[in-house]
Design a protein around this ligand. Structure first.
Ligand SMILES: [Zn+2]
Length: 232
């Protein structure tokens, strides 16, 4: 068996690489002083190479409920106007288990790709599962949908509003990142309104088009017809 011998000793990155890593690490400092009234606080940041390119990942602790939100940041976002931003609500079944019942994972990947292709931008991952009703309630709602209810009827029959998502954490995260106004990647008019209600300037909407499939066709139709989502 032949063993390839590398010219650079293993485990010793060259100087250029070390300098690059150090400057990436320095770009991980908090951008703004936290205030007592903020619902979230900046806790940690690190460089994160991904299949879609390199980002800084920033961890924010939600002081109202202990949830750990993360943001994938591309480039220098502080002080930016019209900054491309996706506010993505956690979908365990879609984002982790690749569910075809919804289009969450495709939207998440598309946003990372979009932001990576720009000079700067951010994808916020909010830990509010199942449009805010929680993971296990979402599983119950899925089962009700298989018994014939649509996504809105299933949520209301479990005693929840059709959409229980909140955007205060996202708004505070945007403020702590010092993003002055956002171009929002979304098909959901309520999300734009939700952020505006929290004091965020949304300059425009960047449409998210993802193809449907046999499993999510009805769900996407309901989102358009009953929740007023745009159909781009
Ligand atoms: Zn989903």
């Amino acid at each position: 068996m032949t063993v390839a011998i590398s010219s650079v000793p293993e485990g010793e990155p060259d100087t250029a690489e070390t300098t690059e890593l150090a400057s990436a690490a320095e770009s991980c400092q908090p951008l703004a002083e936290g205030r007592d009234q903020d619902s979230v606080e900046w806790v940690a940041c690190a460089r994160l190479p991904t299949r879609f390119g390199e980002f800084n990942i920033v961890g924010f602790l939600d002081r109202t409920n202990g949830r750990e939100h993360t943001v994938m940041v591309k480039g220098a976002v502080a002080g930016r106007e019209d900054c491309p931003v996706r506010v993505h609500s956690e979908c365990h079944t879609g984002d982790v288990w690749t569910s075809l019942r919804c289009d969450c994972r495709e939207q998440l990947e598309k946003s990372l790709q979009y932001v990576q292709g720009r000079e700067f931008g951010a994808v916020i991952y909010l830990r509010q599962e199942g449009r805010g009703i929680g993971l296990f309630n979402k599983l119950k709602a899925y089962n009700l949908q298989d018994l014939g209810l649509d996504t809105v009827e299933a949520n209301t029959s479990l005693g929840f509003p059709s959409d229980a998502r909140e955007y205060r954490a996202a708004a505070d995260i945007l403020r702590l990142l010092q993003i002055r106004s956002v171009a929002l990647l979304t098909n959901n008019p309520d999300k734009i309104e939700g952020l505006r209600r929290e004091g965020i300037t949304v300059t425009r909407r960047i449409p998210m088009t993802v193809p449907d499939n046999a499993h999510n066709r009805r769900y996407l139709k309901t989102k358009r017809e009953r929740l007023g989502h745009y159909q781009d």
